[in-house]
Each structure stands twice: as structure tokens, then as C-alpha cells.
Design a protein around this ligand. Structure first.
Ligand SMILES: [Zn+2]
Length: 258
């Protein structure tokens, strides 16, 4: 059972227990009700933003393995700097996964094709990456996923089965659409924070401090500082016994619909 359903039943059960045992004045009943509801809403908000919880839908955020293998993922491209990321990945013989935004695919179709031709995996990251993704109705969520999918399909002639939620946000509506469209949702458990931190060495240091077997790294192929951070990180990894493997080596996946 998904955690959301479980927590919902616990919440309802506790409300019933409070009502059943109500003997005192109305204010204490209201107090219990407000207290329980605040805790419930707090858990919902936490579950919406933390991909590691798989709160509304199953999310693959890491692999349970003991070998020192990790996977690396890039969001929000393809962009004008993606080709430089590809050069670096080729130099270090690393295969990655790129979660692409539909509008970026429309701007850079040749780069999307190059990512795919060089043996990297392509996933859907919505059409517009809307800031209010967590507040869209079912129809609009469906459009975001389908149009993002279609943009990729028009270039590659393939349907990707992988999806990464923008901002890592999920909720019951997004969970239901992902289920309906049969996506495999990929999260992360090693966040580079490369859209916030601008110092490449700090970003690289943050990533290797968080290294763990089966980890999935989140980066963005959208800036020069991320590119430099990736190079520092790849140089560091060469001194360790960690290897970056394609995502499907960590998690048993069917990447494209045939
Ligand atoms: Zn994103």
C-alpha cells in the first residue's frame, strides 16, 4: 500500500477515536481536530516534496546494492551547453540519463538525438516544467506528460517509459496520471544542488561526500559551473572504487516502449 493511503487511514482512525472519547467541552475537541489535521497536512507536504518517500506513487530514488556503483542523471536540458557535457562523459566513458523538458527538445532536437546516439538514456521531464505543477488539475498534468513525451517521440521515434517529476513534486493527481500512463518514476538520493551553489568545487565536494552504493545523482546540464563540477567529480571518482553505471544496471528497467 502506498504511504499516503496508510497515513490517510491512520488520520481518519484517530479522528474517530477522538470523537468516540469526547466527554469534555467542545474546545478540547476542536483542539484535537486542529492538532491532528496540522500533523496530517505537514506529512502530506513533506511527502509531496521528498522523492525518497515514494509517498503518492512508487519512486526509484536509489538501488539496494552493496557494490560501489552509482548512476548519474541530468535534468532540464537539452541546452546550449549539453554538447559539452556529452564530450566530458565520452572522455570518461560514462553513460548517463537525461530527463528532458519538451520545450527544450523543440529548441535543440539535434542535441537530443546526439544524447541518444551516444548511448545515454532519455526520460520525460514534462513539457513546460511549470512552477505550479503540484497545483495543476488532472487534465493539465496529463497534457504536461503527453506533450513532453510527444516532443521526444517526434525526434527519436521512441516512447520513453521514464519520468522525473519537475522539482521532485508529486501528489495524488500526479500519482494517478503517472499510473495511468504507466511511467517508471525516477528520483534521486544524491542532490548536487547545482542550481543553487555556483562554485564547481563545492558542488563536486557535496556530491562525493554523499556517495553511497546504489546512489542516483541529480545534476542539471544547463550551466558552465555544473559542467566544471562534473569534471571535478569525475576526476575524484577515478581515485575511488566507485563506478558510474547506466541506470538500468542499478534498477531493472524497461526504458523504451516497443
Ligand atoms: Zn527540473
Amino acid at each position: 500500500m502506498l504511504r499516503h493511503k496508510y497515513i490517510k487511514y491512520v488520520y481518519i482512525f484517530l479522528l474517530v477515536v477522538v470523537l468516540w472519547n469526547y466527554h469534555k467541552e467542545i474546545y478540547s475537541l476542536i483542539g484535537y481536530f486542529i492538532g491532528l489535521s496540522l500533523v496530517y497536512v505537514g506529512i502530506l507536504a513533506w511527502g509531496s516534496f521528498d522523492v525518497r518517500l515514494s509517498y503518492f506513487t512508487p519512486i526509484n530514488s536509489s538501488a539496494k546494492i552493496s557494490e560501489n556503483k552509482i548512476a548519474i542523471t541530468f535534468d532540464d536540458g537539452p541546452s546550449a551547453v549539453t554538447a559539452e557535457f556529452l564530450n566530458l562523459l565520452r572522455k570518461y566513458q560514462v553513460k548517463a540519463t537525461f530527463f528532458c523538458i519538451g520545450t527544450q527538445v523543440v529548441k535543440h532536437p539535434n542535441i537530443l538525438k546526439q544524447i541518444h546516439d551516444e548511448g545515454h538514456i532519455i526520460g520525460n521531464h514534462s513539457m513546460n516544467h511549470p512552477n505550479n505543477m503540484g497545483f495543476l488539475n488532472r487534465e493539465l498534468v496529463h497534457d504536461e506528460l503527453r506533450f513532453g513525451q510527444r516532443a521526444i517521440e517526434e525526434v527519436l521515434n521512441k516512447k520513453t517509459k521514464l519520468y522525473r517529476p519537475p522539482f521532485g513534486v508529486t501528489n495524488p493527481t500526479i500519482g494517478a496520471v503517472l499510473n495511468q500512463l504507466e511511467y517508471v518514476v525516477i528520483g534521486w538520493n544524491i542532490r548536487s544542488l547545482d542550481t543553487v551553489i555556483k562554485d564547481p568545487k563545492r558542488i563536486a565536494k557535496r556530491m562525493y561526500k554523499k556517495l553511497k552504493p546504489g546512489g542516483i545523482i541529480l545534476m542539471h546540464d544547463t550551466s558552465e559551473h555544473s559542467l566544471h563540477a562534473l569534471e571535478y567529480f569525475l576526476q575524484y571518482l577515478e581515485k575511488t572504487d566507485y563506478t558510474i553505471v547506466p541506470l538500468q544496471e542499478l534498477i531493472n528497467l524497461k526504458i523504451y516502449e516497443t
